[in-house]
Write a protein that binds this ligand. Sequence first.
Ligand SMILES: NC(=O)c1ccc[n+]([C@@H]2O[C@H](COP(=O)([O-])OP(=O)(O)OC[C@H]3O[C@@H](n4cnc5c(N)ncnc54)[C@H](O)[C@@H]3O)[C@@H](O)[C@H]2O)c1
Length: 254
Amino acid sequence: MRLADKVAIITGSAGGMGRLAAELFASEGASVVVTDIAEKEGEETARTIRDSGGKSIFIEANVAIEDEVERMVEATIDAYGRVDILYNNAGIMPAEDASVTDLSEATWDRVMDINLKSAFLCSKYTLPHMVKQGKGSIINVASFVAFMGCTVAQDAYTASKGGMLSLTKSFAVQYGRHGIRCNAICPGPIETPLLRVLWTSEEARDLRLDRIPLGRFGEAKDIVYMALYLASDESSWTTGAWLMVDGGISSNYF
Ligand SMILES: NC(=O)c1ccc[n+]([C@@H]2O[C@H](COP(=O)([O-])OP(=O)(O)OC[C@H]3O[C@@H](n4cnc5c(N)ncnc54)[C@H](O)[C@@H]3O)[C@@H](O)[C@H]2O)c1
């Protein structure tokens, strides 16, 4: 088993890619803390893992609120005694995110809080435990959009994911000597509900599909298998990396 005896916190794991990651990590031997604001779906994710013989608990927490994150990490330590993997996956892409002059301050703040401040808060409370253990892996979910401009702009989302890349480098450099690695995954367009909000028509969908050299949208498992590698000791000499998992879209000029 690739994650035997490890304890993983996966934020935003009640649904989408986080849920698949929770199930996969548990099947590879990790004890998984499912954490999310969606209580019913989060409980269900943890229960499904337990029902298939894995170890998992659900802890409700909003990753943008410091007290809730602190409580979530404490509850993880109470339940499992350590934390080896922090997978900063929770994120939003609201329809009202837009180009700078059409973007409200409220939307900017909300996106920054959930997509970027969350990684600061979760790392703030997890890192001291990893330092004590002398080992840990932090996985930050960024996006290919952090590298590219887009005429259909979502400026808050793009900036939040750029911030994830910078934090990744900074944590990797500061904590490498403590045996703690920090890497970012940059997914391309993955067929999830988060992406489908952009497909207002078949034309809008095809416009995006045409840009992908591998000829298909990504699937959740394309990202989650990269996360599994980063969570495991197989990646023990990889830190500060920005890993594009994007079907080649960011390599495509035209
Ligand atoms: N889907 C894509 O095409 C794509 C592309 C690039 C990057 N990403 C990133 O991948 C990550 C996962 O995306 P997804 O498509 O699985 O999204 P999703 O919307 O399916 O799942 C996100 C989860 O985060 C939870 N969440 C939202 N706000 C929260 C909060 N304040 N506190 C705790 N949990 C919260 C939601 O309840 C949900 O369970 C996100 O960071 C997203 O930005 C997605």
